[in-house]
Design a protein around this ligand. Structure first.
Ligand code: ADP
Ligand code: ZN
Length: 245
């Protein structure tokens, strides 16, 4: 009798385990892709979106800079490209992204900032996301002259990554983050020469992704990203919220 009871308990446990596993594997994800040139405000808005939507903000630029600081092998390889405004090779970035999105905090979805940046990255992401849920792509559009001005005046928090601008959105206290009191710094690649190269790279390798996503007939939106920051954010949030309901 005892034996039968033990066997039945085991079967019941196996069932529960199986269904739990299934539920986790099939949990629908919401993935938000922010497209747009450097300086369009992807990072600024992604930080806020992350709080409102309770999804992690994944910035490939931030992950790379973290690797640079820690002098990891990936960081060492990436540095030569980042310093001159070129893209880090696809194989490195793709692996790095796949690792990051397999973390448990990404189970419900995530917000991508700075990825994909090439057609190869976009195709890999499609393959990875197949049947996993909803993908919303938003392109933040801004004119070129504004971009250079925004980037060269940019300051970023060392601790939490929040971006500021010397003129357009200065911190309350000089060189300290309003949010976490972290130290603000000027990115090495945010100088005029490298910015011009980053914009050229954007035009040739990343801008074509707009048509790629338009032609896929998924959820694709354009949000004008010049003007008042909080108005742009409300517009962006509204666009996303109405599409993922
Ligand atoms: P930006 O302000 O130009 O959007 P990021 O912080 O996103 O800057 O990226 C900084 C640099 O990191 C890029 O110029 C590039 O060298 C590298 N990088 C970031 N994301 C990618 C990516 N998806 N593919 C290749 N390189 C990347
Ligand atoms: Zn901060």
């Amino acid at each position: 009798m005892k034996k039968i009871f033990a066997i039945l308990s085991l079967i019941a446990l196996a069932f529960v385990g199986f269904f739990k596993g299934e539920a986790m594997a099939t949990e629908k994800q919401t993935v938000i892709i922010l497209l747009g040139p450097p300086g369009a405000g992807k990072g600024t808005h992604a930080v806020e979106l992350s709080k409102k939507l309770h999804l992690p903000h994944i910035s490939t630029g931030d992950i790379l800079r973290e690797n640079l600081r820690k002098q990891t092998p990936l960081g060492e390889r990436a540095k030569t490209f980042m310093d001159v405004g070129k893209l880090v090779p696809d194989d490195l970035v793709i692996q790095m992204l796949l690792d990051r999105v397999s973390d448990t905090d990404c189970q419900k979805g995530y917000i991508l900032d700075g990825f994909p940046r090439t057609l190869a990255q976009a195709k890999m992401l499609d393959e990875h996301l197949k049947n996993r849920g909803e993908v919303v792509t938003v392109n933040l559009s801004v004119s070129d002259d504004l971009l250079v001005e925004r980037i060269t005046g940019r300051l970023v928090c060392k601790k939490c990554g929040t971006p500021y601008h010397k003129v357009f959105s200065p911190p309350k206290k000089d060189s300290l983050c309003d949010r976490c009191q972290g130290e603000l710094y000027h990115r090495d690649d945010d100088n005029e020469k490298v910015v011009k190269e980053r914009l050229a790279v954007y035009r040739s390798q990343t801008e074509p992704l707009i048509n790629y996503y338009k032609e896929k007939k998924g959820l694709f939106y354009e949000v004008l990203a010049a003007g008042n920051k909080s108005e742009i954010f409300e517009n962006l949030l509204h666009t996303i919220q109405k599409s993922i309901k």
